[in-house]
Design a protein around this ligand. Structure first.
Ligand code: SAM
Length: 245
């Protein structure tokens, strides 16, 4: 999969995309990340990329021409790309959106700065994505979040030991709790079932814990999750208790 990132600050991407799983995926050619400086598409001696807002007001606006020229130049290449604008006004980034975006062969990601981009940039944008209901100083951190989340959905990027199918949100629930050695730490023991060797009992415990955790922390997810009759029965039991997580 190819990620083309249009930004005024390409250097912000270097370290986060070099190490660990993403760095390895790049080295192995499973993903390609191209950093494109929007300034390269600006004209004039000073290659200006921003200007004052019409109508007055505070802050600067990113000019439309350099961004649109950059997108159009990228669109001339294959494979076909989905153009994404990072903006707090976009579709909230959820795991189902991440999975859908991972189906594309190529994403072109536009990072805004200042007060955002000239409205006419939206003419070349397929979709707008927000990473949450808060405002960042620029789209670079948001683009990094998007690239990281999408890249780990690409087949082969995660090893077996990092498999994602039980992750939070992948089945509509938060993930169950994890434990590693030692068996007892500061008077707290690992739940007996996890050291029982009974795989069926472990699976049942994990599912019940995932349900309990989601019900306590994110009841909004429960109402959208696909639940079995057994899940419903576990939930009914939980609702009858006053336990806290
Ligand atoms: C200071 S913000 C502009 C916010 C804009 N004035 C507004 O109120 O909608 C500058 C840039 O940061 C990026 N950005 C900020 N918050 C974001 C978020 N929650 N999700 C995605 N991108 C964000 C966008 O690219 C945006 O153009």
């Amino acid at each position: 999969m190819i990620f083309d990132i249009l930004t005024l600050f390409p250097e912000m991407f270097l370290s986060p995309l070099e190490g660990s799983i993403i760095g390895k995926a790049r080295q192995e050619g499973k993903i390609t990340i191209n950093l494109i400086n929007i300034r390269d598409y600006a004209e004039g001696k000073h290659r200006v990329t921003d200007d004052y807002p019409y109508g007055g007001g505070q802050g600067m606006i990113m000019k439309p021409e350099p961004i649109i020229r950059g997108v159009e130049a990228l669109l001339a290449d294959k494979p076909k790309a989905q153009v994404i604008l990072m903006t707090p006004q976009g579709t909230p980034l959820r795991q189902e959106v991440v999975k859908r975006l991972a189906q594309h062969a190529r994403l072109i990601i536009i990072c805004g700065r200042y007060e955002g981009v000239d409205e006419r940039v939206r003419a070349v944008v397929d979709e707008e994505i927000s990473i949450g209901d808060y405002v960042l100083t620029g789209g670079e951190l948001a683009a990094l979040v998007l690239v990281d989340a999408v890249a780990r959905m690409i087949p082969g990027v995660l090893g077996d030991e990092e498999a994602s199918e039980d992750d939070s949100f992948s089945q509509g629930l938060l993930e169950y709790p994890h434990y590693t050695r030692p068996r007892e730490f500061a008077g707290r023991r690992v739940p007996e079932v996890l050291i029982s060797g009974d795989h069926q009992a472990i699976e049942q415990w994990r599912r019940a814990e995932a349900l309990r955790r989601t019900w306590k922390r994110r009841p909004d997810l429960i109402s959208r999750a696909r639940l079995s009759d057994e899940d419903q029965r576990i939930l009914e039991k939980l609702k009858g208790t006053s336990e806290t997580d």
